[in-house]
Write a protein that binds this ligand. Structure first.
Ligand SMILES: Nc1nc2c(c(=O)[nH]1)N[C@H]1C(S)=C(S)[C@@H](COP(=O)(O)O)O[C@H]1N2
Ligand SMILES: [Mo]
Length: 356
């Protein structure tokens, strides 16, 4: 159970076990503005906890003037907000790295967009009264386990300014239905624009603290590190990324794509945690053309892109690359970090056009 270093070897039993519990979004589901709940990606570190909703409470604790212990009913009767939000796992793309960090072996599909309903966290906090020397909020989930030899509840923190943004929700519905067990029932944190680890599921407590939180999932995991000894930098907002629906149809086992020659409309989605995506380029064998962009699904959600491609017979490599409003562009060459975090290398899809 100790930390395992990156490997060049074949997939391990541990990775297979994680891959069978968690799942990505099949790329053809990029066709939906809002990902049907069952197709949304899933990542659970430990076990899905068993929670009795009638005795469950959300505690607002620590450095607050009026500590609270709220029932689900009390939360549900407050003024709610519904937001479409694109969420991506910070480890997306990890399994393509060489050497490969050992963890959930995502390829590119750890993403989804759901319509989340909940109450703005800041409304609850303003009522509780944030103590003047608070610097961070710590969010505690009901799940518990061991990672890197450290036993802990799943806990993450946010600086006050990030936590008090109006789009940060205490969410109790996903796509118009009560949260399902695997997505954090009865209540989860939802932090639009940030990688998924921030959005703590099975939330039981929000604690206002006057010092930086140093828990495992904050200070050890989710860091951009050069190597094991490097303290690194905390992972936060989602890096810009575009994905395409692989065109044509697949070979069952290899999933290699077969495409008929002629005009093919290629479609995909692009998103960023640093403002709107402003450009998507589509590449055929490294010749790039600008794609057409549709309106974003929401201020914190992906936008569709399309391109008409005249598919010539032969073998081709298709790729796509997005640029965001902050000026970030996806890398064409593989960057690397020790935990395999925030890897937004361009997607490449090999296709065979015409029967060989
Ligand atoms: N309590 C708790 N919250 C959690 C996790 C977890 O294991 N436990 N996983 C996190 C990670 S790493 C991601 S990517 C998202 C995934 O959310 P989803 O499974 O609803 O897509 O939840 C985050 N919140
Ligand atoms: Mo994640």
């Amino acid at each position: 159970m100790g930390a395992q270093g990156p490997t060049e070897g074949p997939l391990t039993d541990e990775e297979l076990q994680l891959a069978a519990r968690n799942h990505g979004m099949p790329l053809e589901a990029l066709r939906y503005d809002i990902t049907p709940s069952g197709l949304h990606y899933l990542l659970v570190h430990f076990d899905i906890p068993e929670i009795d909703e009638s005795s469950w409470r959300l505690d607002i604790a620590g450095n607050v003037e009026h500590p609270q212990s709220l029932t689900l009913e009390q939360l549900r009767t407050r003024l709610s907000r519904t937001l479409p939000v694109t969420m991506e796992c910070a480890g997306n793309g990890r399994a393509r790295l060489r050497p490969r960090p050992i963890s959930q072996p995502w390829l590119v599909e750890a993403v989804g967009t759901a319509e989340w309903t909940g109450i703005p966290l800041r409304d609850v906090l303003r009522e509780a009264g944030v103590g003047s020397n608070s610097v961070e909020m710590v969010f505690t989930g009901a799940d518990h386990g061991v990672q890197g030899d450290v036993e802990h509840d799943y806990e993450r923190s946010l600086p006050l300014d990030a936590a008090m943004r109006p789009e940060v929700l205490l969410a109790y519905e996903m796509n118009g239905r009560p949260l399902e067990p695997q997505h954090g029932a009865p209540l989860r944190l939802l932090v639009p624009g940030w990688y998924g680890m921030t959005s703590v599921k099975w939330l039981t407590r929000v604690t206002l603290v006057s010092e930086r939180f140093e828990g495992y999932e904050q200070a050890i995991a989710y860091r951009y590190q050069k190597d094991e000894a490097d303290p690194g930098e905390g992972v936060s907002r989602m890096r810009v990324r575009a994905l395409m629906i692989p065109p044509g149809y697949p070979d069952f086992l290899s999933r290699r794509r077969l495409v008929e020659p002629g005009i093919v409309t290629v479609r995909g989605r692009a998103w960023s945690g640093n403002g709107d995506v402003v450009r998507v380029e589509f590449g055929v064998d490294e010749t790039w053309t600008d794609a057409d962009l549709q309106e974003p699904v929401g201020p914190f959600a992906w936008r569709e892109w399309t391109l008409r491609w005249d598919a010539a017979p032969g073998e081709h490599i298709l790729s796509c690359r997005a640029t965001d409003a902050a000026g970030y562009v996806q890398p064409v060459e593989q960057p690397w970090n020790y935990q395999g975090m925030g890897n937004n290398l361009i997607q490449k899809v090999p296709v065979t056009v015409g029967r060989s």
